[in-house]
Design a protein around this ligand. Structure first.
Ligand SMILES: [Zn+2]
Length: 273
């Protein structure tokens, strides 16, 4: 599997064989080849007469340049093409394609929300030498915004804390997560979120790894922690149920394999439970 590579400061123009992430109303254009889903090429986009304004160079995927664009109107699609969600990209394609699609989603989202200057209201322009928008009137420069969030797998002996959030579908359970507040450290965010959502204190907080989570623009920072004190008491606002689970009695619904949540659960399950 070839890596998705971001090349900062490099701006390319699309060519016919390049890959193209076409978005329309939140969906992503995919091409079915046999049982597999693929990202279409610019040849496909031309053939389908897809109309769009502007394109963003994302980086290299499968050693090809890849781009993001937003279609300006619905196109009639032959049956081998269809619109899928970003979650479907994560579930049915590989993690490198998911990473590129996530970057595409975040950039298009940022582009749409920064057409006008947040300081003086003038129309912005694309900056020439980096991925940013600049206001020609007041000089304000706007970069894509990433919101850091922590996610933490908490263990107590051979048990893992799993919780059901009111927004989870299909009775899914996962580990605790939440956004980092302005001015807060990651460790403080871990302690605060855990205490707010399930009422316990944690110790031995250790960083694991991070993952982009483009729903819509988070960077998830994964941690492990151990139970310190307190009884589980859910907040009843975000978290509706929570408990300690051994690997033999995990709930049926766990996060999808492409999520950092699932990778943390798997890591803990393979080493400690
Ligand atoms: Zn301005």
């Amino acid at each position: 599997m070839s890596k998705f590579k971001i090349l900062p400061g490099v701006f390319r123009k699309s060519g016919s064989g390049d890959l193209c992430f076409v978005f329309y109303k939140g969906g992503i254009l995919a091409k079915k080849v046999g049982e597999d889903l693929h990202i279409p090429s610019f040849d496909d986009i031309k053939r389908l007469n897809i109309e769009y304004e502007g394109e963003f160079f994302l980086g290299e995927l499968e050693e090809k340049s890849c781009f993001a664009l937003e279609a300006t109107k619905e196109a009639a699609l032959p049956k081998e093409f269809g619109m899928i969600s970003l979650h479907d990209v994560g579930a049915f394609m590989n993690e490198e394609v998911f990473a590129a699609a996530g970057r595409a989603e975040e950039i298009l989202n940022w582009d749409e929300k920064h057409r006008f200057c947040g300081r003086c209201g003038a129309r912005t322009e694309d900056k020439e030498d980096e991925l940013a928008k600049v206001c020609p009137s007041c000089g304000n420069i706007m970069y894509p915004v990433i919101c850091p969030a922590i996610i933490v797998g908490i263990t107590k002996g051979d048990k893992l804390l799993l919780a059901h959030n009111k927004n989870f579908k299909n009775n899914m359970y996962s580990i605790i997560a939440g956004f980092v507040e302005a001015g807060e450290t990651l460790e403080s965010a871990v302690k605060r979120e855990v205490f707010e959502e399930v009422g316990i204190k944690v110790k031995n907080i250790r960083y694991y790894k991070s993952s982009s989570w483009p729903f819509p623009n988070s960077l998830m920072l994964g941690f492990f922690a151990e139970y310190d004190s307190g009884e589980i008491k859910v907040d009843g606002v975000e978290i509706m149920e929570a408990g300690w689970f051994t690997k033999d009695n995990f709930p049926k619904g766990l996060p999808k394999k492409y999520s950092l949540a699932r990778q943390i659960i798997n890591e803990i399950t393979s080493k400690k439970l």
